[in-house]
Ligand binder design. Sequence first.
Ligand SMILES: [Fe+2]
Ligand SMILES: [Fe+2]
Length: 163
Amino acid sequence: MVLIPRVNQILKHDLFKEYSQYNSQAEEKRAFCRHGLDHGIAVARIAYIYLLEQQNTSLSKEVIYAAGLLHDLGRWREYETGEDHALAGAELVKPIIQDSGFSIDELETITQGIREHRLNPEGKMSLLGRALAYADDWARDCRNCLIKEACYKYTEQMDEIIC
Ligand SMILES: [Fe+2]
Ligand SMILES: [Fe+2]
């Protein structure tokens, strides 16, 4: 077992709890995938595995998990104002990252990854942004979704197990 105390600090942060609550309220009636803690943890784990396979040596497990857990925390702002949740979220999570003991460099890495998580992972971006962008798709079980044909994210390839 590897201890990741700064990541667990994030979960206890008042703003993390507050924004998570806003997200679940905003998505209460959402038919498509929601963006709760289960999604954050799934993205963190898949991004971590992807980076292990890439033989990543530059990003710590805590940085990867922090980014995974926080990447959609700004979703509620998009529902309220139409702002891109990747950009809005990257700003909103800064105090949470700082208060949880991450350095300024780590904060920059995490927020850059969050800003990039909706971009095409085949394009030019940071290593963490690419890991989050892939993990975001791979974390979803489209095969069993009854309304996948109506989902903007769905492609036939998602019916297969991709990794
Ligand atoms: Fe997102
Ligand atoms: Fe996501």
